[in-house]
Design a protein around this ligand. Structure first.
Ligand code: PLP
Ligand code: PMP
Length: 479
């Protein structure tokens, strides 16, 4: 990467980041000329000997498909004699801020194969999940008064992460119609950036764009490859970072079929899943360091693991690690040993992708059952709503066709909400994800989750109750 590109990239770092000192533990380095006995007795370190740990082994019963019984079990030991296995002695001890080498090694080879940037000086650090990554990334970049672009409907907690550093979240329009482009409206974004000084004379040009490119929360939508490429070019041209938050990317929902049968009925080789089914991420186009990618084990392993990771330019990763040293120090070693040895046990990248395929298959069945229920309903046939089909993730939205177009739907949505609750189903409304009140007013969609239900029967029941509620609402307004 040319030095001028790097200088421009590093100009985006926050003052807090630039001023943070490198922390050195116990101070003094050993002089290189010093002659020491080959074996040093350690009386320096406050790390309890592993004999103090109350657990000697952990038995993991694993399942190869969601919602199925244990098909295999294995033990994690205190003294694993294999290089790729993390053992209890190390995992239960204080660990490296960036994560234990076994899990990091896996993630580096995984990213190399699945989501590799187009430059060499990238790196990875583990975090305590994407919620934690978001705090770290905005700490890295944001000075008070800095602008961060966000999708007009987004994962709401991120706004607090931005405001926490004095940043200003600024909404960009997204398309979520049943036809046409999905995701960020590139034309509007281009226009906004090209005319920033005229449109926002009192605001600095944006430092970052926070986006959920695949299976977006709340819309469930996935932005096209062409638009990803255009947005990346904008990031380079206007020198801002694309923060790609992708917790849903590995959950790929096949095309809608009328029933539970789907693309996953025939076995998909893991290489094909990687090469043909997964969309190419922003970071796979990145040759300039302008993308920071956030991944999480929450959706495809377990949210309680609190493990995620960041892929970015190695300078950015270095600065994030310095911040982690003054905040949460390191992700849980106990979580890491379970994830790391589980993935090792199921066969590394192939095994992990195979599990993601099984998760994708289960979500695809749920999505098809839900869509079938909705499409077959009399409410849909009467044109009371549109469905925006998701290609990835765990969310779908349905847009209500209120009889009169309005600027403010909030009262109507509130009445609809009561009818839907009376029918016995809980959903969330687009307005709850709107970046500001104006956007909330114009919102008339419902977000449905495929994740919480026990099975497809419950999804079907939920879908039936939902359409019943919608129909009752329409009856009530025509009465
Ligand atoms: N980012 C988005 C877009 C999310 O929807 C979520 C939770 O679903 C998170 C981040 C939080 O992820 P984590 O559990 O890894 O903190
Ligand atoms: N709690 C936390 C901390 C989360 O990150 C999420 C996922 N977004 C949830 C709960 C579930 O929230 P939602 O229903 O919006 O997906």
């Amino acid at each position: 990467m040319p030095e001028s590109t790097q200088d421009q990239l590093f100009s985006l770092l926050s003052d807090q980041t630039i001023n943070r000192k490198q922390f050195t533990f116990h101070g003094d380095p050993l002089p290189s000329t010093l002659k020491t006995p080959s074996k040093l007795v350690v009386l320096s370190s406050g790390t309890p000997n592993d004999g103090f740990f109350p657990i000697n082994s952990i038995q993991l019963g694993i399942t190869k498909k969601p919602h199925t019984p244990t098909s295999e079990s294995f033990a994690i030991e205190k003294h694993a004699n294999e290089e790729d296995l993390l053992d209890i002695k190390d995992a239960f001890q204080y660990g490296p801020t960036e994560g234990h080498p076994q899990l990091l090694k896996f993630l580096k080879s995984f990213i190399n194969e699945v989501n590799r940037p187009k430059y060499d000086s990238w790196d990875i650090t583990l975090t305590n999940g994407t919620g934690d990554s978001l705090n770290k990334v905005f700490n890295l970049l944001v000075n008070p008064g800095d602008v961060v672009l966000v999708e007009s409907f987004t994962y709401k907690p991120v706004l607090n992460n931005i405001v926490n550093y004095g940043g200003i979240p600024y909404p960009v329009s997204i398309n979520y119609g049943i036809e046409g482009d999905h995701g960020i409206d590139v034309e509007k974004l281009t226009n906004l950036l090209e005319n920033w000084e005229t449109i926002n004379p009192d605001k600095k040009k944006p430092k970052a764009l926070y986006t959920i490119p695949t299976g977006q929360n709340p819309t469930g939508l996935t932005i096209s490859q062409e638009n990803r490429a255009k947005i990346y070019e904008l990031a380079k041209a206007h020198n801002f970072i694309v923060i790609e938050d992708d917790p849903y990317g590995y959950i790929q929902l096949g095309e809608y079929t009328d029933g539970i049968h789907n693309v996953y009925d025939t076995e998909i080789p893991y290489k094909r899943f990687i090469e043909e089914i997964l969309p190419s991420s922003y970071i796979q186009q990145d040759n300039s360091g302008h993308v920071i990618r956030l991944e999480s084990f929450s959706k495809t392993f377990a949210p309680g693991s609190r493990i995620g990771f960041i892929v970015a330019h190695k300078r950015f990763i270095k600065e994030i690690i310095k911040y982690a040293q003054v905040s949460n120090r390191a992700p849980s070693g106990i979580s890491q040993i379970i994830i790391s040895n589980f993935i090792n046990q199921i066969g590394g990248i192939k095994g992990w992708i195979d599990w993601n395929i099984q998760v994708s298959k289960a979500y695809t069945e749920r999505k098809n059952v839900l869509l079938k229920t909705l499409y077959n309903s009399s409410s849909f046939k009467k044109g009371q709503f549109n469905i925006v089909e998701p290609k990835a993730g765990m969310f779908a939205i349905i847009d209500i066709n209120f009889p009169n177009a309005k600027e403010d739907y909030r009262k109507d949505i509130e009445e609809l909400r009561y009818k839907i609750l009376e029918s016995g189903v809980v959903v969330v409304y687009g307005k709850n994800f709107a970046v500001n009140d104006d956007i909330a007013k114009g919102s008339k969609f419902i977000r449905i989750t495929l994740a919480n239900s026990v099975d497809t029967d419950q999804i079907k029941e939920g879908g039936e109750k939902l359409v019943e509620g919608i129909e009752k609402y329409f009856e009530s307004i025509s009465a």
